[in-house]
Write a protein of this length. Sequence first.
Length: 46
Amino acid sequence: GLIRENWVMVDLLHMYDQIGIEVFARLREFNKARNMGQVPLSGGAS
């Protein structure tokens, strides 16, 4: 029979490690940029 689908499992974390991208270090940096304080709203919202 014919092959209907061809699924290839890709280990993305390993691939990024091979090309020099530290995924978890980048996630930590992105999380530092988040504002965890209250956001003041103007208008009718409370």
